[in-house]
Design a protein around this ligand. Structure first.
Ligand code: HEM
Length: 537
């Protein structure tokens, strides 16, 4: 193995690889097979015999080859790589992989569309998932993000509704496209907190040129906690070394027809050629004392932290340098979970994040067939696992010993817990108080300020693309009332935008509200000075 292939995760995977080419065929019991083309029959023209165990085994395994696709993000592609730290983050976090400049951590990164099923086209207008598993010496850390910095909803309880609205409609299972149908736009107008995300979704960010040319965002506010127990709020960013580039809609549609695998092909071929894929890793940090310094709530996942107010500090680089050996074993069986953290990284009370902490293991229990999916090669941490969890379908570990409970007085050989000093994970002791209520701070209901900033930060060609996207997607909606509500909603972003949509989809022009003067007839790019830096990558 050469250097780039010799990281610890790769050495672990090597122990599971099966090199079958040129070998003698066996059954799953290891018996050499003499005949693999004709089943055993009673005479030349007779029925097949049950006794043919090789036929039965081969067919049974085939019959069980499929597992459920992910309930979202079904269409995805992944690669191995490494994360290298540029500067120590020890002032902010005690996470071991963020201490020593130059230290390297193996990673596995899966990029996906959200709405389409497993075989759908890759260049469709959609959010892209951006999930990274860091195999650290303290256990797996998963940063499960997207290529847009905000989200559609503010509370996890709405996620099933969002996805039911985004996925193909249940009565006729159409369309595959996320945003070109009545239920999607009906959800949007019924949940106006989606306004900011919809602006990103209708922008060129939703049709990336390549997986290598898009940003990634952790979206939620997390916490970094240092060895002294001091915490900072943090947002995570991935910045592509090649810059951010998008397709235009016409290209995206043509490519979807001609090469539905366009993005995976691009990623695979780049890595095969040795043209490795690089993303720099950045953090935005806010001190705990500054939690309430902003005119939005930093726990609100529909709001970003303006980069000119909270700059992104670049602290490392991820390089994707090795394609998978087997897409099913690795890309399909990988299980990411925003709750997989290491000491020094913790959660915030973002109500969307809190719900995600429940959802991922729950879905993987069915998708990956029971409680032992952490033993699948791609999911194994590179550090050892010791606990009293036992048995279940597909169990591989052979736990030795009489006792499988903690604590016990029979023997002294069951695993014991670690103190914080020994590296035990201790949850951040945030003080919480309040009544049990189903509401959030008032600023959660400001749905349009940042959506407007986004619009104002666009150049004229970008604005025209956004209008074209709205016109195409909303134009597919059959219900005229929903179309009208879209116009009435987005007049809160900009009157010129709403008027252009109204014209394109044939409903009444919006009333009231000021415009920044946008018109599709305008010739020269305009920028709003105040906000133009906010969204630059
Ligand atoms: C995948 C739930 C919001 C990023 C998934 C899966 C579920 C899920 C059930 C399938 C996991 C699997 O089968 O392994 C939820 C819920 C959310 C939510 C309940 C909100 C309450 C988000 C947000 C982001 C995100 C805000 C981005 C910050 C992803 C990604 C994947 C994924 C990247 C694909 C992971 C992979 O490649 O395997 N989500 N999600 N999700 N989710 Fe979420």
């Amino acid at each position: 193995m050469d250097n780039k292939h010799s990281d610890e995760k790769n050495r672990q995977l090597e122990t599971f690889r099966s090199y079958d080419a040129g070998k003698k065929m066996t059954t799953n019991q290891g018996l050499n097979v003499s005949e693999d083309e004709h089943s055993l029959k009673a005479g030349l023209r007779g029925p097949t015999l049950m006794e043919d165990f090789h036929f039965r085994e081969k067919m049974t395994h085939f019959d069980h080859e499929r597992i459920p696709e992910r309930v979202v993000h079904a269409r995805g592609y992944a690669a191995h790589g490494e994360f290298e730290l540029y500067e120590s983050m020890k002032d902010y976090t005690k996470a071991a992989f963020l201490q020593e400049p130059g230290s390297k951590t193996p990673v596995f990164t899966r990029i996906s569309t959200v709405a389409g099923s497993k075989g759908s086209a890759e260049t469709v207008r959609d959010v892209r998932g951006f999930a990274v598993k860091f195999y650290t010496e303290e256990g797996n850390y998963d940063l499960v993000g997207n290529n847009m910095p905000v989200f559609f909803i503010q509370d996890a309880i709405k996620f099933p509704d969002l996805i039911h609205a985004v996925k193909p409609e249940p009565h006729n299972e159409m369309p595959q496209a996320a945003s070109a149908h009545d239920t999607f736009w009906d959800f949007v107008v019924s949940n106006q907190e989606s306004a900011h995300m919809i602006m990103w979704h209708m922008s060129d960010r939703a049709i990336p040129r390549s997986f290598r040319m898009m940003e990634g965002f952790g979206v939620h506010t997390y916490r970094l906690v240092n060895a002294e127990g001091k915490a900072h709020f943090v947002k995570f960013h991935w910045k592509p070394k090649l810059g951010v580039h998008s397709l235009v809609w016409d290209e995206a549609q043509k490519i979807a027809g001609k090469d539905p695998d366009f993005h995976r092909r691009d990623l695979w071929e780049s890595i095969e050629k040795g043209d490795f894929v690089e993303f720099e890793f950045g953090v935005q940090l806010i001190e705990e004392k500054d939690e309430f310094m902003f005119d939005f709530d930093i726990l609100d996942p529909t709001k970003l932290w303006p980069e000119e107010k909270v700059p992104v500090k670049i602290i490392g680089k991820m390089t994707l340098n090795r394609n998978v050996d087997n897409v099913f074993a690795e890309t399909e069986q990988v299980a990411f979970h925003p709750g997989s953290v290491v000491p020094g990284i913790d959660f915030s009370n973002d109500p969307l994040l809190q719900g995600r902490l429940f959802s991922y293991t729950d879905t993987q229990l069915i998708r990956l067939g029971g409680p032992n999916f952490h033993e699948l090669p791609i999911n194994r941490p590179v550090c050892p696992i010791h606990n009293n969890q036992r048995d279940g379908y597909g169990r591989q570990a052979i736990n030795v010993g009489q006792v499988s409970y903690h604590k016990n007085s029979l023997v002294n050989n069951t695993p014991t817990t670690s103190t914080e000093e020994e590296g035990g994970f201790v949850h951040y002791q945030e003080k919480v108080e309040g009544r049990k209520i189903q509401a959030r701070s008032d600023s959660f209901s400001d749905h349009f300020s940042q959506a407007r900033f986004f619009w104002n930060s666009m150049t004229l060609p970008e604005k025209k693309h956004i209008v074209d996207a709205f016109s195409f997607e909303v134009g597919k909606v059959k219900d005229k009332n929903v179309k009208q509500q879209v116009v009435d909603m987005f007049v809160n972003v900009d009157k010129g935008l709403a008027t252009a949509i109204a014209e394109a989809v044939g409903v009444k022009h919006p009333e009231g509200k000021e415009s920044d003067g946008f018109s599709t007839k305008e010739k020269r790019p305009r920028r709003n000075k105040e906000s133009e830096r906010i969204y630059t990558g």
